[in-house]
Design a protein around this ligand. Structure first.
Ligand code: PAF
Length: 284
């Protein structure tokens, strides 16, 4: 695996690959890699000739400074895992390399209502930061395909929108959420949970399963209330638990009952004893 820390050396390497008609697959990450990330690399290897992964904990997308400071960093282990997975190139830039102009957000992306609901409502500025860094990375890697995980449901919709806004030729491939054997969605933030908190985190998955199993038995609001109360009783602050569907234009609506469109339950809650905020979602 080639490791580049500088944009110009990465660019030189990828230009050669592009000139040789290599199809480039790109997996952007913030490190602390787990099997979920590795499944994205595996998927990219199926359809691309060259797989590029980036590890960059992007400061501009953290609205909560302590979340940024506590974000797990496991770079040596990440490199081993990426090498084993057959990754061709790792891009590991510094903050200065990515933001030579400073961290103040200069470009504003019009993500419409996608930016003010769910994660957007609870993490102001988060999606502008995601847009900023993904835009920079796309300009650099110029991938044919971009691989992201379904766990970050709204991020996938935002990136899809970004690709249109910046007229990118990259195709977004959304890959299924990987779960631990007991159902907990794999996440880098799980590393911050001790054994008891890790066990407690399972209530997020249980809430989704409860909603899925009861969606036709009462009104949406009643089911969501029950699920939210269960989480609160088990030591969570619930930011939101909602049923949403995706419209053809890429926007998200909050239906009152199941219709023709697929409905997803989406959840964000903070496990209070660990102070770790977790998100998850499930197709109903
Ligand atoms: O999902 C993530 O890890 C990050 O939001 C991403 C897409 C790498 C941008 O920093």
């Amino acid at each position: 695996m080639y490791l580049f820390k500088q944009k110009d050396t990465l660019d030189r390497h990828l230009s050669t690959a592009r000139n040789n008609d290599k199809r480039i697959g790109f997996v952007p990450t913030m490190g602390a890699l787990h099997h979920g990330h590795l499944s994205l690399i595996a998927k990219a290897k199926e359809t691309c000739d060259l797989v590029v992964c980036s590890i960059f904990v992007n400061p501009t997308q953290f609205n909560d400074p302590s979340d940024f400071e506590k974000y797990p960093v496991t770079i040596d282990n990440d490199i081993l895992q990426l090498t084993d997975a057959g990754t061709d190139v790792l891009f590991l830039p510094s903050v200065q390399e990515m933001y030579p102009e400073g961290l103040d957000v200069k470009t504003h992306y019009d993500f419409g209502s996608l930016e003010t609901i769910l994660e957007g409502a609870h993490r102001p500025g988060h999606f502008q930061g995601v847009g900023q860094v993904v835009h920079k990375l796309l300009n650099l890697v110029k991938p044919d395909q971009l691989f992201m995980g379904q766990k970050d449901f709204q991020q996938c919709l935002i990136v899809n929108r970004l690709l249109k806004l910046i007229d990118s030729k990259a195709q977004l491939v959304v890959c299924p959420t990987l779960r631990e054997p007991d159902g907990l969605a794999m996440s880098s933030r799980n590393m911050r949970l001790n054994a008891t908190e890790r066990q407690n985190a399972l209530h997020i998955y249980k809430a989704l399963i409860y909603v899925k199993g009861n969606i036709h038995k009462a009104s949406f609001s009643e089911i969501l209330n029950n699920a939210s109360n269960q989480l609160k009783m088990n030591g969570f602050d619930v930011d939101y638990i909602e049923l949403v569907s995706m419209e053809e234009d890429g926007s998200v609506t909050f239906p009152k009952a199941t219709g023709n469109r697929p409905v997803y339950a989406v959840i964000a809650a903070r496990e209070i004893s660990s102070d770790v905020r977790l998100i998850d979602n499930m197709l109903m």
